[in-house]
Design a protein around this ligand. Structure first.
Ligand code: PLP
Length: 388
């Protein structure tokens, strides 16, 4: 059966050029980058080349990039590292209710350690109001963590405006840019951020590799203890193939990001208009304009998201009902609930995320098979019976 993958926000296939770049570092140039003989130094050189590529993509210096084992680790490192290094200054953290669990669960952990966290509400589109950030800052605030774009609804947050406020207040700003790096501009100076998280598998790189950008001069504690890798900032022998893969993925993104964004936005708009026109009682979740080029999150009234997902899967189409991490959790999405949707509306929402290998034919196919699936489910749904 034909397979149409429309869940690029969950993970992306590794780009063939990335696989090619990684392969030698498994068994040919396999040395430990800490070894001083040639084989080790070749691996070291490859890591430094990747560090340069990542830094170039986000407008940073290469010594401001620390490789991690994932986007989750980068988020943990940013929040715990800043919290513990700056607790002499204060114990207050500001974040939003729609962050990824990697940030929210870290905040819960920090609350148990005596930190206090303000969770900012968002508007009906999922936007954080910079004025709310300003009002929440106290003399005890040490870090603000607001995601660059939300993984479920695709809404892009006003990070540069928040960055200006954070700088005026002398508070560190972290942004989780896992869904944006390689897809829209993520220049750290333009965004005015001090810390920024990246995950390789969201930009056609391998799973299990990420990095944290840390602006020079930032007071941050190490998060992993052991050897002196990553300039003493992240102990453990480096995942050389993974880091090489992240480097190559960022290099490709640097060349193709803007043209791909235009192509994918056009496909995304065609899919969105098609769904809204062909299926009544549907609505877009998230911001109509300030959204990721590849994301559609749609509320389909009177049907269950899981039921739609399973029937689409039978037709070879992969989509999602929420974030990859919560799609096995039957509770309604915390993000959709934060927008003001009812639990029943949150359960009736579906996320389509497009990517590099999405074609016009894929969109045609989805628009052909999706409306009859919804019609079939509505015909069986007690929820749909009373509707006009
Ligand atoms: N942050 C966001 C916004 C994400 O979408 C994800 C993954 O879905 C993560 C963090 C976690 O990244 P990783 O899968 O590399 O741990």
């Amino acid at each position: 059966m034909k397979r149409i993958y429309l869940d690029y926000a969950a993970t992306t296939p590794v780009h063939p050029e990335v696989v090619k770049a990684m392969l030698p570092y498994f068994s040919d140039t396999f040395g430990n980058p800490s070894s001083i003989y040639h084989l080790g130094q070749e691996a070291r050189d490859a890591i430094e080349k990747s560090r340069n590529s990542v830094a170039t993509l986000i407008g940073a210096r290469s010594d401001e990039i620390v490789f991690t084992g994932s986007g989750t680790e980068a988020d943990n490192y940013a929040l715990k590292g800043i919290a513990f290094a700056n607790c002499d200054k204060g114990n207050h953290i500001i974040t939003s209710t729609i962050e990824h669990h990697a940030v929210l669960e870290t905040c819960t952990f920090l609350e148990k350690q005596g930190f206090s966290v303000t969770y900012l509400q968002v508007d009906k589109y999922g936007l954080v109001d910079p004025d709310d950030v300003k009002k929440a800052i106290t003399s005890k605030t040490i870090i603000i963590s607001i995601m660059h774009a939300n993984n479920e609804i695709g809404t892009i947050e006003p990070i540069a405006e928040i960055g200006k406020i954070a700088r005026e207040a002398g508070v560190y700003l972290h942004t989780d840019a896992v869904q944006t790096t390689g897809h829209i501009p993520t220049n750290v100076d333009e965004l005015k951020v001090d810390l920024l998280s990246i995950s390789a598998h969201k930009l056609y790189g391998p799973k299990g590799t990420g990095c944290l950008y840390i602006r020079k001069g930032t007071k941050i504690n190490s998060f992993m203890h052991g050897g002196h890798q990553e300039n003493g900032r992240r102990a453990s022998t480096e995942n050389v193939p993974g880091i090489v893969g992240l480097g190559k993925a960022t290099e490709i993104a640097h060349q193709q990001r803007d043209t791909e964004a235009v192509r994918i936005t056009a496909l995304r708009n065609r899919l969105l208009d098609g769904i809204l026109n062909k299926i009544e009682d549907t609505r877009l979740n998230g911001h109509p304009v300030l959204r990721l080029p590849n994301n559609i999150n749609i509320l389909v009234n009177y049907v269950e998201g899981e039921a739609m997902l399973l029937l689409l899967d039978q037709k070879g189409i992969c989509v999602s009902t929420g974030s990859a991490c919560s799609s096995s959790d039957l509770g309604p999405s915390h993000v959709l609930m934060a927008l003001g949707l009812s639990p029943y509306e949150a359960h009736g929402s579906l996320r389509f995320t497009l990517g590099k290998w999405t074609t016009d034919e894929d969109i045609d196919y989805v628009l052909e098979v999706f409306p009859p699936i919804v019609a079939r489910l509505r015909a069986m749904s007690p929820l749909a019976r009373g509707r006009k």
